[in-house]
Design a protein. Sequence first.
Length: 336
Amino acid sequence: MSEVLVETKNLVKEFKIRRRFGGGDRFIRAVDNVSITLREGENLALVGESGSGKSTLGRLTLGLLRPTSGNVFYMGKDIWKMTKEEFREFRRNAQIIHQDPYSSFNPVKTIFYSLSTPLLHHKIARNKREAYHMVADLLRRVGLEPPSDFMNRYPSRMSGGQLQRIAIARAISLRPKYIVADEAVSMLDASLRLGIIDLLLDLQKEYGLSYLFITHDLGITRYFIHKGGGKVAVMYLGSLVELGKGEEVIRNPYHPYTRILVEASPIPDPKMAKSRGIPKLRSLDIPSLTNIPPGCKFSSRCPYADTICEKKVPEYRKVDDRLVACHYAEQFKTGE
Ligand code: SF4
């Protein structure tokens, strides 16, 4: 089995919010006691509705945010206990692809400038001439040919799909081991999304990358896991509710929230579509992080909630080789 690359232990991130009419400080907990592990060359798809804490968790694993408590380890080392030099090396190895490629590039700099600057800064290229050849190779690698057509263009002169390929080229340019793809395909036309996922997975095979693939879209998760394998982690209001082998979680989810997400996601092949007859949500409204229900966070929406759920926070239960945060996880193991 490959080495553990990235690990979080009991990770918590709170943000201070201002009260409108004064009063003491108030905090929301965007990430609540989250522990995940990602091995070298492995995928972890992180799924959940908007506001579930997925992006905050992704940024915590990159050292872009400091946790309120808990730890982030990279190759066994706590990233916040690293020396300056170790942290710099970690940041070179841990990259991000953002949702909106247009906002992640400087609009007044050419593509060559944006791709060559990190190569020169990290001394991967010794001079501009070497950087030119490296950028040309990167552009070819992400399917933008001939590279000379793209080198001197500005971001505004490129399509969303082309610019996201450039963002991928930039993410792999420093030869990282770990990439957070944060809703990396959700702003693209549906026709381009699968091509970008295929590209990410091809690059994974070539460079042995590990992906934290963040998405709100279960259809996209299904495609990513089907093609690339790996685990699925489902988040709800800052907490992990289910974590297990991707194909199994999607085929047969145990947590009621995951079951509802899967049920709501269209399946391309009608032969695969199978309704489990899951009752509807009690409420369509996602509670605010400032007003989380006591007990199970999902209890205000869960069709199976009872009085225990409304009082007692469910602990993680190990069902098969899966972690499920539900008092009744074993009962929801439906089998096929
Ligand atoms: Fe639903 Fe209760 Fe399970 Fe929470 S603990 S998911 S409310 S059944």
